[in-house]
Design a protein around this ligand. Structure first.
Ligand SMILES: *Cc1c(COP(=O)(O)O)cnc(C)c1O
Length: 370
């Protein structure tokens, strides 16, 4: 079979999505399935939808367009603030977008008006992680301005934590988001339908039994794809950790010294190799490299260590056995390795256990419906 390749078990992904959807339903929280680490794979999107997610979210309009072109039928949310230059594309393909800038929302309003569409807006609020978000004190002014814009519908508010600075979702910041929703309703006499508390990093907070207040949506990617929560990368009970695995092929296998020979300067990627002389070792090269994967995010069997990587080579040492040329090795991946492998044109994707059942977006709250 072709290598390198990702083997993607769609039944396991559906199970992961379905298990999370079910557990969160009990807390009054709907799930948006996040596809951005999959390059907008229609097969993975459909598996998430069969698992019961109420809509799909992606940070790239190109991916949303690809899923639309493949006839994935679901409400679609652009979860990164649109580029001004892409306003037309965004209103044409996404039902809702996450926003923080009035200039962008104004442009979306113009584009939606011209296209005869209504575009939904979620306003993102900065609650400490210092990535995207309107400062809480500025939220009212922004809402006042967008309520005047034609062809724009304010769907709700949200926040994103644990991405730039690792700020943990907790009762304090979640309560702050809920209070902001209530105060917007009081001030403007509007309904804030959706209060989106965050991403996979919010799961520990939800499952701790905390009061979830008005939070009624989470956007989940990593937890569905890898079965782990991202704060401590612990497995989530009942989820598959191997829904996606990477397979690479051995192209060289030799006994080599562990110590390089010659004068040592920088390597191709600027690192100085950290070597200690362990005598001769059993070394193999896999035909995969930094173009295809983040090697530090590969989880191997215990008798294999990664020694280094360059653009196209992954060098491993094996203990107690030798890898024959042509043999394949399997790895589990972390989020960084998965993201790069999924978006490398050199890594094939093999879909396994595709369900014949068609997907339907679960029409839960009307909040994310177009
Ligand atoms: C990537 C992203 C998510 C999903 O994050 P996971 O950790 O994969 O669950 C949710 N919301 C926003 C805004 C994102 O950028």
């Amino acid at each position: 079979m072709t290598a390198p390749r990702l083997e993607i078990d769609l039944a396991k992904l559906e199970h992961n999505a379905g298990t999370l959807v079910e557990r969160l339903r009990g807390r009054g929280i709907g799930v948006t399935g996040v596809t951005k680490a999959t390059l907008g794979s229609p097969e993975i999107a459909r598996a998430m939808l069969r698992g019961g997610v109420q809509g799909l979210g992606d940070s790239r309009i190109e991916n949303i367009q690809a899923m639309r072109d493949a006839q994935v039928s679901s409400p679609m949310t652009l979860i990164r603030s649109p580029m001004l230059s892409q306003a037309h594309r965004v209103v044409a393909h996404a039902d809702v977008s996450f926003n923080t800038e009035l200039a962008v929302i104004t442009e979306l309003s113009l584009a939606a008006q011209r296209a005869g569409l209504t575009h939904g807006i979620m306003l993102m609020v900065e609650l400490g992680d210092l990535r995207e978000g309107i400062m809480p004190d500025d939220l009212q002014d922004t809402v006042r301005a967008i309520l005047r814009l034609p062809s724009i519908l304010l769907k709700g508010i949200g926040t994103n934590l644990a991405c730039r600075c690792g700020v943990t979702p907790d009762s304090r910041n979640m309560q702050e988001l809920c209070s902001l929703a209530c105060s917007l309703e009081r001030t403007f006499g509007i309904a804030v339908d959706t209060v989106s508390g965050g991403n996979s990093a919010n799961l520990n907070w939800v499952f701790s039994g905390a009061d979830t207040g008005r939070i009624n949506n989470l956007r989940l990617g990593e937890a569905i794809l890898l079965g782990r929560e991202p704060l401590h990368r612990e497995p989530i009970p009942g989820l598959h950790l191997d829904a996606v695995i990477l397979v690479a092929e051995v192209i060289e296998s030799k006994t080599k010294p562990s110590q390089p020979r010659g004068i040592i300067a920088q390597s191709a990627f600027g690192d100085e190799p950290d070597v200690c002389n362990r005598g001769d070792v059993s070394q193999a090269i896999l035909a995969i490299g930094l173009q295809d994967v983040d090697p530090s995010g590969l989880q191997m069997r215990p008798d294999v260590d990664v020694l280094g990587a360059s653009s196209d080579h992954l060098i491993v040492e094996t203990h107690g056995f030798r890898l024959a040329v042509g043999r394949e090795l399997q790895f589990q991946l972390n989020y960084s390795a998965l993201l790069r492998a999924m978006t490398s044109p050199f890594v094939a994707r093999i879909m396994k256990n595709e369900s014949p059942r068609p997907e339907t977006a679960t029409p839960l709250a009307a909040t994310f419906a177009p």
